[in-house]
Design a protein around this ligand. Sequence first.
Ligand SMILES: [Zn+2]
Length: 411
Amino acid sequence: MVSRKISLLLAAVFLVPFVLSAQEHNASKPKPRVIMIGVNGMELDIIRPLILKGDMPNLARVIENGAYGKLRTVSGPNCPRVYSTLFTSTKPEEHGVTGFLVGGITANTHMLKEEPIWSMLSKQGITVGMANVPATFPVMPVNGYMISGMLTRGKNCEDGVLCAPKLSEVTGGDAVYPRAMKDELLKNVGDFYIDCERMPSAADLKGHEAEVINQWLAKVQTIRDQQTKLFDYLLASHPTNFTFLAQSCEDRTGHWLYPITPFNVGYNASINSIRQDAFPNQYVAFDKVLGTILKHADENTYVVIVSDHGIKPLREFEEKDPHAHADHEKTTPVIAKHDFADGDDVPGSVFIMGPGIKRDFRLMGLDASVYDIAPTLLHIYSIEQPKQMRGRVLSEIFEGQARDSKVAASN
Ligand SMILES: [Zn+2]
């Protein structure tokens, strides 16, 4: 009851009319434009060879023209937990979205106890557009639009956990803000899938491995094509100062099709020898999505690519728990994961280019963290960092600036 009261109170705080405070902001100065792309579970071990081979030319362009590095993530990282940290620069136990399930209930935006970045930007008169970002269901009002992502519930995806309802089949809350935009999207983009396909179960796979794997990968590509069409449409028809788009099929693929060797934990030749190219191909496909998005960015646009964590093969010697081999309480035979107790084993990553950002600059070690993204975005918009934020502005990526003396957030 108490937490319900708190969440209602916070909802009221988040909903302060945007227009009033927008007038306080300097209206004559053009507002920076930021396009942020979230990639769930981008694994640097996989993408580095692809960049060397020239298979990710768009990401290579961002690296060459900007700053990049690893991002220290939180302990036991998963998408809702880390994305909510990205949104708020607070610890999971502070913002409340500690995992896929919180107290046995699928995480949702009513659980968010700290103010997210989209609310702060909206209040300052900055236009905000978001699509497919994890843990944004039901959608919240912004000074623009919001289309939900991972954890959206609907037909064949009743719990909302790691599955894909179609836009027309969403239940239990709104997937689009403002509501009227839903019909516009259905008309102009089609009835797209939200988030990404559920992984097949061990029973589905048995005896039909190659067929199930290939069908699943084809569905994943269909979903990615739909999302690309959505992003292209939104960037062309609804440009906003801050746009945040996310991808989730890469991580989903890595969990059960990571290119492991027969020496790795969980290796099953009937599954794992079939499509060793499946997981790397996801990043090649992502790079094409990035190419579409970059067509909407000019030299005055900040492009920020962020990953919440990496993903690594299982390690039996420290994973005695039998549940460690079945992801997110489902039955899929997973062979790679990211919710290791030591988040430093699976760091996220950031790639950023734009006006005043150093070129070909590398962030070393794990000095930058997922807590630093929101403060850095606020800095771009000249908005002061609120006290509750634990991260720091990544000042060292800006021309003429050195590293901020503030101590990085602890894990
Ligand atoms: Zn995952």
